[in-house]
Design a protein around this ligand. Sequence first.
Ligand code: DC
Length: 235
Amino acid sequence: MASSGKIVISVDGPAASGKGTLAKALAAKLGFAYLDTGALYRAVALATIESGGDPANFDDVKKVIDNVTHHVTPETLVNPKLRTPEVAAGAAKVAAYPDVRHAVRDYQVEFAKNPPNGAPGAVLDGRDIGTVVCPDADVKLYVTASPEERARRRFEELKAKEPSTTYETVLNDVNARDHADTHRTISPLKPADDAHILDTTTLDRAQALDAAVRLFHAKFPPEADRPAKTKSPRL
Ligand code: DC
């Protein structure tokens, strides 16, 4: 447990693995605060683009880093503009700059130490939470699924919104993002040595949540399962 007394759960994994959905559901179930750390990188990319800059140009990105990371609100992280393909591509670029990673890391560490609204713990989802941001997290999950299954799920989500999308395009995108995430020199995606690998290829959302809750309770047993305190004998 963090020295602040708060419980920290890291949920890492590749794109479209379902880690965001799982992390949010786990946080809701436990009454913990939830942070989508990918949204922070997306917010830096969006601010760069909206200021007329290019995420591929570090000088443009540098100008917005402090402003974004010092003024994060719950609304910042759910802005629908963060979900466009242009911002996703920009986020992958800004996530490779050490200055961006440091500023985002400071925000994440503070969130884990002091979750908003006095929550008893925090669930952070991302790529490097268990390895770099919160190496002392109490429970570490690495959520994955086969690239084909991840592409299938993403395709199901997208096909109504973007009828021209094909499964092959989505699979290529999943493979390209895996390559970028795992080959980044700084904080590449990989499971922490002490992470529990949760392969959701054959699990639905409810089964994945059950598995995560079980892993959490293995470390923090629910009250009902804790051994009753033995009364000291009367002398
Ligand atoms: O999970 P996502 O697609 O919203 O992430 C957006 C980008 O940020 C993606 O390129 C990976 C990167 N990222 C990262 O480098 N470290 C994190 N902890 C979270 C996301």
